[in-house]
Design a protein around this ligand. Structure first.
Ligand SMILES: NC(=O)c1ccc[n+]([C@@H]2O[C@H](COP(=O)([O-])OP(=O)(O)OC[C@H]3O[C@@H](n4cnc5c(N)ncnc54)[C@H](OP(=O)(O)O)[C@@H]3O)[C@@H](O)[C@H]2O)c1
Length: 261
């Protein structure tokens, strides 16, 4: 661990969106960063910004988390110890499961699930030895509600279930874990996935700062499942209380459940 100096947070996917929001918020709280994504130019620009605005130092790891080598490089860095890990990199796709490119589906599973598993496994031993550390795994409300897309929702359900199970196992170790479950957030996500969001009502949109602020406050409060926004807290609660076949129908009708993987 790095307690003698500034604490260090490793964030996957900070080249845009929620990950960039975590990087700015944590740099503002005094962390140095390890920035992990494919777009080196974006990571270098962020590192410069974090240095100028907050005096934070950043290591840049420009790797593809869909590859074995990419994940191995991050695992090796985590084994040397970090104070916080934010498993945020992830993506969705459009089209139906049965016509989607199998290679793309596999890389989605590798980024959204395998990387979360391997990076968490790599970070924990040093944290447990130190008796402290934080891991935020970015899931989605899509992982809480049935009937909204297939592989993306399944990947996020894995992240929720994995993180909640892990929280039980880590009780008493001093290490905190959180499954962050945002609804729609204004980032590059939907454009990259090719998802048309033009008919999504304003009330369903969250902004990155709100999501990051809620996550960090919930971490301090010891909440394992963090759901930013009152509208999504209500939806998630309703999703547990209403019969699941009705939830499936509603999410397919109002959530445009077809054409998603
Ligand atoms: N936006 C939403 O409505 C929403 C809602 C719920 C949950 N989420 C989740 O929030 C997380 C962040 O998404 P976002 O909304 O901030 O989207 P975004 O702006 O598209 O950012 C995604 C990040 O993931 C990184 N990434 C994607 N594939 C990668 C790969 N193969 N290797 C390494 N990094 C990779 C991207 O970096 P590079 O392209 O540089 O590699 C980028 O930094 C995701 O896990 C997403 O599922 C988003």
């Amino acid at each position: 661990m790095t307690s003698a100096q500034r604490p260090v947070a490793l964030i996957t996917g900070p080249s845009s969106g929620i990950g960039a929001g975590f990087a700015r918020a944590l740099a503002g709280k005094g962390y140095d960063l390890v920035l992990v994504a494919r777009n080196r130019a974006a990571l270098d620009a962020l590192a410069t910004e974090l240095q100028q605005r907050f005096g934070a130092s950043s290591e840049v790891l420009a790797v593809d988390l869909a590859t074995v080598e990419g994940r191995r490089a991050v695992v090796e860095r985590l084994a040397r110890g970090v104070d916080m890990l934010v498993n945020n990199a992830g993506f969705g796709t459009t089209g139906e499961f049965w016509t989607a490119d199998p290679a793309l589906l596999q890389s989605q599973l590798d980024v959204n699930v395998t990387a979360v598993l391997e990076l968490t496994r790599a970070a924990l031993p040093v944290m447990i030895d130190a008796g402290r550390g934080d891991i935020v795994n970015v899931a989605s409300v899509a992982g809480l509600l049935p009937g909204r897309g297939s592989t993306y929702s399944a990947s996020k359900a894995y992240v929720v279930s994995f993180t909640e199970g892990l929280a039980g196992g880590l009780a008493g170790t001093g290490v905190r874990v959180q499954a962050l479950c945002p609804g729609f957030v204004r980032t590059e996500f939907h454009r990259r996935a090719g998802i048309d969001m033009s008919s999504t009502p304003d009330i369903l949109w969250l902004d990155v700062d709100q999501v990051v602020r809620t996550s960090l406050a919930d971490l301090e409060a010891g909440k394992v499942r963090s759901i930013p926004g009152v509208q999504y807290k209500v939806l998630a609660t309703a999703g547990r209380l209403v019969p699941q076949n009705l939830v499936r129908k509603l999410t397919n009708t109002f959530g445009n459940g077809r054409g998603r993987t």
